[in-house]
Design a protein. Structure first.
Length: 193
């Protein structure tokens, strides 16, 4: 957390920035970036009570998706992907899949990133025909190396995670996994090789 006594950079325009200014900023970034899992877990709580007409709220849907993946023997990166796959519902109302994909991009494999990014289209196979859309929209990805992986994510976990009577693990159960997966980015413009 910042307070008034925190050291601050002295520039008004970045063109005036000095290395010592950026040392202050980098020091802040180090602790701020370590708190990313806390911000993610806090944000997940915003999905609580948000039903959107579905039988269970979006937090419970997320927990149920992750629990199903975990019980099915998926690894930790996959389970965290399942947990956060709809985290974008709050701010990405018209493109929620992009938000979760962007948040996890530094931390997960290209395959899991692709599943996150395209799951909205694949999930449509289960309901688009009920709302005047094309349930076969996913066919545009047919032949892609991760097509079957995304189809499996939706079939086995995402579309199946609306069961009111299912006993999901609580968010606390997944917390250490979120912390481990997000402990250090595999790729980021702010991290050198
Ligand atoms: Fe989704
Ligand atoms: Fe979902």
């Amino acid at each position: 957390m910042n307070d008034m006594s925190d050291p601050r950079a002295g520039f008004t325009n970045m063109t005036e920035g000095k290395s010592e200014d950026y040392q202050i900023i980098v020091d802040h970034f180090k602790s701020y970036s370590k708190q990313l899992p806390d911000r993610i877990l806090d944000h997940m709580q915003l999905l609580k009570g948000d039903f959107g007409g579905f039988p269970i709220d979006r937090l419970e849907h997320s927990l149920q998706t992750a629990t199903r993946a975990h019980k099915d023997g998926q690894d930790e990166e996959y389970v965290v992907t399942a947990l956060l796959h709809d985290i974008g519902d709050t701010l990405g109302t018209f493109n929620h899949a992009d938000i979760g994909a962007a948040i996890l991009k530094p931390f997960v494999s290209p395959k899991l990133h692709w599943i996150l990014e395209t799951h909205g289209v694949f999930q449509g196979y289960y309901f688009f025909h009920h709302i005047g859309l094309d349930r076969d929209m996913r066919e545009k990805y047919r032949g892609h190396e991760y097509f079957e992986d995304c189809a499996h994510f939706c079939e086995a976990y995402d579309q199946a995670a609306f069961d009111k009577s299912y006993e999901s693990a609580p968010l606390e159960f997944f917390e250490p996994m979120v912390r481990r997966v997000m402990a250090s980015p595999k790729q980021s413009i702010y991290v050198t090789e």
